[in-house]
Structure formats: structure tokens, C-alpha cells
Ligand binder design. Sequence first.
Ligand code: G5P
Ligand code: MG
Length: 234
Amino acid sequence: MLEMNLEIVVKVVIVLGAPGSGKGTQCRELSRSTDLPVVSSGEILRSNIRDKTELGTIAVRSVAEGKLVGDGVVCQAIRDRVRLHDCRAGFILDGFPRTLSQAEFLESIWLSISPREQLAVAVVSLELEDETLLRRLRGRRICPMCSTTYNIETNPPQKINLCDHDESFLEVREDDQGAVSKRRVSDHRRTIAQIKEFYQSRYGLTEVNGSRSIKDVQASLQAVVTGGSVVQRL
Ligand code: G5P
Ligand code: MG
């Protein structure tokens, strides 16, 4: 009985979705209510590119062209991130995994969890049509200071092109332009089915209609995360 009380549940939320589906926005909201940190492969890569680290130098070209960065370097970066202290109770994954080999790598990370811990995995897939995704990417504006994300059509800042929080000039992401954004969306379509099957068979997966308001999508995510996760004894 004492043993039971000492068990710790490590909660992992995997949010799958195409470019522009709202992963970043929704994961940040979810992080506020769950107190779990967001681990975003895209943010990790962009901050390394900004800081001109070795990883940044390897990734810069692929990110600019909208192509996936190699599995080896991305997996290593994710492993290093989830080993940090703030991920001990769990984390929310945004943009990872993107390939079967990344999904398998994630499974291998579970094995390093101590025997006293249990793993609770919730997998959500945000579903939207391509046309909506591309419109969202075109309209996205990001604050370079605090990373708040706006949309000029559906979620505009109070003052044109200025962040509501710190009045910084909002920026357009380089890979949100024309052909690159189309490539990102079509590449996602080609690869996502096998990732969804992988998770469906292991933990179950919930598809969420991502084309609604930020608030409504968040409510669906909260319902999945609180009610629908699978607890697996390692
Ligand atoms: P990222 O950074 O992972 P993507 O392409 O997966 O990039 P992206 O573009 O960051 O995803 P998102 O996070 O899904 O999109 O969307 P978002 O920013 O939250 O929202 C988009 C817009 O919609 C915003 O304007 C927002 O206001 C609005 N919005 C959001 N949610 C809602 C909602 O619920 N309702 C409404 N109405 N509006 C909403 O990856 C970038 C690159 O890094 C590399 C690759 O090169 C990739 O191209 N990379 C990897 N490479 C290999 N493996 C990996 N695992 C990699 N991860 C990243
Ligand atoms: Mg994002």
C-alpha cells in the first residue's frame, strides 16, 4: 500500500497537427492549466538558429526550406530537453514526433523512467483542411520578444502590428511564405497517417476539430487530457 502512495505519474501529452493547426497556441494554453512545460521541437530549432549554435547551423537550411531536420539531431535535442528538471512530472510535446523513427525514439526515452513511476500518455491530433491551414499561416504574426502569436484575420493585436504585451513589432515567420508553407503542409499530409496509426494502436488517439475558435479547441484538448489518457505501467 505504501508503495502505491509513492508512485509518481509522469504525464505526457502529444499534440499532433499540420503546420498552422494551432499546436503552439494550444500547447501554451494547456501548459498554463496543467503546469506542464511545452517541449516544442520547432522552438528549440529556431532558438538554436538564432543563437548560431552547432545544432542551429545544421538545421538552418532545412527549416528555411520547410524540410524536416534529420532525425538524429532532433531526437538528441528532445532527449536533452526532457531530461531537464522541469520535465520530471511530464511535458507537452509540440511538433515532435514527426517521423516513425522519432516516435520510436520517444518510446525508448520512456524506458529511462524509474520503476516507481507510471506513464500517462494522451495523444491528440488537431484536424483542419489545407485551405484553412494556409490561410492561418499567411495571417500569423509573432512577437519576437514574448512569442505571443496573433492572426491578422482571427486573432489580431489591439494595435496594428504591435504586441499587446510589450508593443514590439510583430514578425512574419520566414517559412510561412508561399511555396515553403505549401510544402510544409503537403509533406505533413504524406507522413502523418503512419504516426497516427502508431499512436492509435499504442495509447489511443483523439482527433479534435482544430478549425474552431482557440477557446473551443482548448476545451476539447482539456477534456482529452483530463479524461482520456492511458496509464501504462512500465
Ligand atoms: P514547427 O515550428 O513545429 P509547424 O510547421 O509544425 O512548425 P507551426 O507552423 O508552428 O507548425 P502551429 O504551431 O501548429 O504551426 O500553429 P500556431 O502557431 O499555434 O497557430 C497558427 C495560426 O493560427 C496563428 O495565427 C494562431 O493565432 C492561429 N490559431 C492557433 N490556434 C487556433 C485555434 O484554435 N483557432 C483559431 N481560429 N486560430 C488559431 O516546425 C518548423 C520547422 O522546424 C523543423 C522543420 O524544418 C519544420 O518545418 N522541425 C522539425 N524537423 C524534424 N523533426 C521535427 N520533429 C521537427 N520539428 C520542427
Ligand atoms: Mg508552432
